[in-house]
Design a protein around this ligand. Structure first.
Ligand code: BEZ
Ligand code: FE
Length: 610
């Protein structure tokens, strides 16, 4: 059972490229006429707002010092402001929110970095070297305008650290005590987008797609930041920024991988999957290093002596801070090597295939197999065991024994392929696996023939109709029937038998019907004296198939139907060894007064060829 409290903060979000052009509409929507424009680089916004700008305040500062807020506040009263518009990074948004908190004026935030503060009801202010935060729903901006174009010029260094700052919001949301499925999804999507975008931005800072990804990632991370409690990482960044004056986003970038390395491994595995990397903390550390983000707290100017004060008496936090201070690569939670380069090299090797489908299928197979090896930390002994198993499977194959088909059947792959290939139309009779015991060209017999002449078993009379989807009879359909004997063996399994037994080819008459006599099929074990049987025993599975009759029906202009009829009430219907049973194929075989059985069934064929 999941339990959580989710408080959403309703901000109107306008996202896109060139969305700043909507700013004036948004101000007017709030009924405002006198705007205080906050932020150092707000010329375009000023031009768009024209006479609506009552005053501008450009002196924003990091960590929202109260002296700065008070200076801006004077401007608010002097100019008779009725709306605040902040354009810029976290500091501009922070000042906007601090002013909203003091005046109640509505705020429109136009973020130009990936800080995420625009999506939260939180403001952090610094007074006398101490940072305090407060959370109040009134601080949430009324409208947030995300304009990808405004981020195109964001310097690479700031893009990287700000992007990692955003990633930190998403990371901490995943192990927050308030984590819930909504924020989990936002967080994982945010991490995927940011991790994808940042390396591209480092190469091409004006790539619009990467910028869009990064800004979307930042927005999603901002939602996380605004809706669930943050943890150790944010606490430490807050302390380092507020009390030690360390730069905001750089501190986030340095600390993130180290905090991740001491965070819940299960969460780190989810993040690793979102990153497409074997280990999340080292992947983020390597990403930050590759992108040239500052690598250590010492680089940011923190003294070693301060570490103990910050950590208090928490030895774990001290160790983490020392590692971050030195800038050491965190120990991998998971020391499995990164297979990406190897996998991609193998996948690329198929590029020359003359049939593109072969390249596609082999490439995907290799990706999944490498993923399987990695995810399960497969040992050499296990892989050699698998190869031995497959070798023995192949060695057992002969013209009358197909152990690979049996393996495919018992793994449900044959049924999966059959479902994909033959069960796309709900109106036709469902198909079922062919199995290994069909023999081409069974003996032709007339309707009414007995397929079990002289064999022991419960007598059976089967009456069959072949129709199209409208119930119209299909005459002259070729109907191949095969089944096992009373002991559960097909003729091909009994070398002493001469000629085909319990298999025949019939044809439907002008009214689409035919009938035949035989014996009641019983449950039987699939061949289990080889590797497949070994697998079944090793996994506690039985080898039995539910009792059934096989049919293969073809008629010109109709799709060939390969299927089976299962005896209602028979054993193993719900644990068929090859996963072949379908509800619509379970039919009554009612007993007559003499104990013999009958079955009647109408097969519906869909139009098509072959
Ligand atoms: C069969 O029904 O004949 C069969 C199908 C799959 C595996 C073994 C037997
Ligand atoms: Fe069978």
């Amino acid at each position: 059972m999941e339990t959580f409290v989710y408080t959403g903060h309703a901000a109107r979000v306008i996202f896109g490229a060139g969305t700043l052009s909507r700013l004036r509409d948004e101000v007017e929507r709030l009924g405002a006429t006198r705007v205080l424009l906050v932020g150092g680089r707000s010329e375009r916004a000023a031009a768009l707002l024209g006479p609506l700008v009552a005053a501008r305040f450009e002196g924003v500062a990091m960590h929202t010092p109260v002296e700065v807020t008070e200076r801006a506040l004077e401007l608010v009263s002097a100019a008779g402001v009725d709306c605040l518009v902040s354009v810029g990074g976290g500091s501009a948004t922070g000042l906007g929110k601090a002013l909203t908190g003091r005046t109640g004026l509505p705020l429109i935030a136009v973020p130009t970095t990936y800080a995420g503060s625009e999506m939260t009801p939180i403001v952090g202010e610094t007074a006398d070297g101490k940072k305090t935060t407060r959370s109040d729903p009134v601080l949430v901006p009324k409208t947030v305008i995300y304009d990808v174009e405004l981020t195109l010029g964001l310097p690479v260094g700031l893009s990287v650290t700000s992007g990692l700052n955003a990633m930190a919001h998403a990371v901490e949301a995943l192990y927050s005590p308030d984590a819930n499925p909504a924020t989990d999804n936002f967080a994982l999507e945010s991490i995927t987008r940011l991790a994808r975008a940042l390396p591209l931005l480092a190469q091409r800072p004006d790539d619009p797609d990467a910028r869009t990804d990064a800004l979307l990632g930042a927005w999603l991370a901002g939602i996380c930041l605004g809706t669930v409690r943050m943890g150790l990482h944010h606490k430490l960044c807050h302390l380092l920024g507020g009390s030690y004056g360390l730069p905001h986003s750089e501190t986030h970038a340095v600390l993130l991988p180290h905090v991740m390395a001491s965070s819940p491994p299960a969460v780190m595995r989810r993040i690793a999957a979102a990153l497409g990397a074997p280990d999340a903390p080292t992947a983020v550390f390597d990403l930050a290093t590759r992108l040239g983000a500052p690598g250590s707290l010492v680089e940011l100017g923190l003294g070693e002596a301060d570490l103990a004060t910050i950590a208090g008496d928490d030895a774990g936090v001290l160790a983490l801070l020392e590692e971050a201070w030195r800038g050491d690569r965190p120990a991998a939670l998971d020391d499995r090597p990164d297979l990406t380069a190897l996998t991609e090299q193998v996948v690329a090797s198929f590029a020359g295939a003359s049939n593109p489908r072969i390249a596609e299928l082999l490439g995907d197979l290799v990706r999944r197999l490498h993923g399987f090896v990695l995810d399960n930390d497969l040992t050499e002994a296990e892989w050699l065991g698998a190869i031995d198993f497959l070798t023995r499977t192949g060695q057992l194959c002969s013209p009358t024994r197909q152990e690979f088909v049996l393996l495919s059947d018992t793994l449900g792959i044959s049924s999966a392929v059959d479902l994909l290939t033959n069960s796309r139309s709900p109106d036709t009779t469902p198909s079922a696996v062919l199995g290994p015991f069909y023999v081409e060209g069974p003996p032709a017999v007339p309707s009414g023939a007995n397929l079990a002449e002289g064999l022991p078993g419960v007598p059976l009379r089967a009456d069959v109709r072949i129709t199209d989807l409208d119930g119209r009879p299909i005459p002259d359909a070729v109907v191949d029937v095969w089944q096992s004997n009373q002991d559960g063996f097909y003729d091909v399994q009994l070398p002493e038998l001469e000629g085909p037994v319990l298999r025949a080819r019939l044809r439907s008459g002008a009214d689409g019907t035919l009938w035949f006599r035989s014996i009641l099929p019983s449950e039987y074990p699939i061949p289990d004296d080889g590797p497949v049987g070994q697998m079944l025993r090793a996994t506690g599975r039985h080898p039995y198939r539910a009792p059934h009759l096989h049919f293969m029906i073809s008629a010109p202009g109709y799709r060939k139907l390969i299927t089976q009829l299962f005896v209602a009430g028979g054993r193993y219907l719900d644990s068929d060894a090859v996963f072949g049973v379908k509800d619509e194929l379970i039919v009554e075989f009612p007993p007559g007064p003499d104990g013999s059985r009958t079955v009647e069934f109408t097969f519906r064929l869909g139009a098509g060829n072959g």
